[in-house]
Design a protein around this ligand. Structure first.
Ligand code: ZN
Length: 265
């Protein structure tokens, strides 16, 4: 029974991953980062269509992960390459859904409100990470929704809001200082705004751990890129995905990480 529940939640995650991919694609269209070769009609807005020629997709072309594998990463209608990020995002969402479900159970928060709230946050975080990875932009609308949600969460859930407000402001100022020092090359304004959310959402001292993980993981990725000669020191690597990875890790397993840290120190 437990395995069956796990499989259902994983598949649900895959479907939401598919939704995130669509959201990334349509936001890129709206931001004019990519051009559509066809006009999107009102009818198409409600249905799934091919990224390249606009043909409506058959049901079997629209199954998360499997369609990508079955079509060998190409569209069936016009034989164009489909990005490998599609199945990666879908599998990532499947895994996150499982971890989140475990997290909600172990924190005794398996109610509709917490489920819905965590679901919105996961969708927005994976959307922002994917979008930043592809286009080097953290879309404002996602960050603003995240800031509002975490602010309301602190307002209704925490006895003292001040430490959260402080960690939000200090985090943003910290990244803004890096932004100014590197003349915007190391850190974008999107990251600065995102730090407001991180501070409100995680609070002190978890925010420190999230930044620490983000910088370490970002540095490891940068070194790996240089080692495998995929980049030189001038290549730009978006920092948003690492901030988001740090946030998710601390959110889901932060308590365990902190206990581990205190036991070492
Ligand atoms: Zn097509």
């Amino acid at each position: 029974m437990k395995l069956l529940v796990g499989i259902i939640i994983f598949i649900l995650g895959l479907c939401f991953g598919s939704f995130v991919n669509m959201l990334v694609y349509r936001t890129a269209l709206r931001y004019k980062l990519i051009k559509s070769q066809f006009l999107i009609s009102n009818d198409q807005k409600k249905r799934s269509f091919c990224d390249y020629c606009g043909k409506q997709l058959k049901w079997y072309e629209n199954i998360p992960v499997f369609s990508w594998l079955f079509l060998r990463g190409k569209t069936r209608c016009c034989n164009k390459k489909l990005p490998v990020s599609y199945p990666i995002v879908e599998i990532l969402m499947g895994i996150l859904f499982i971890i989140n479900f475990q997290f909600l159970i172990s924190n005794d928060k398996l109610n509709w409100f917490s489920i819905l709230l965590s679901l919105i946050i996961i969708v927005l975080l994976v959307f922002s990470a994917t979008f930043d990875w592809k286009y080097m932009i953290l879309p404002d609308f996602a960050t603003i929704i995240l800031i509002i949600i975490s602010f309301l969460g602190v307002l209704f859930d925490e006895p003292n809001i001040i430490p959260y407000l402080l960690s939000a402001v200090i985090s943003a100022v910290f990244l803004l200082a890096i932004n100014l020092a590197t003349k915007g090359k190391g850190m974008g304004m999107g990251d600065v705004k995102f730090a407001l959310f991180m501070g409100l959402f995680l609070g002190f001292p978890k925010i420190i751990l999230a930044f620490y993980l983000a910088f370490i993981l970002g540095a490891i990725y940068g070194i790996l890129l240089i080692l495998f000669r995929k980049a030189n020191k001038k290549s730009q690597v978006p920092f948003g995905p690492f901030l988001i990875l740090g946030t998710i890790l601390v959110w889901m397993i932060g308590d365990k990480l902190l206990i581990l840290l205190y036991s070492i120190l």
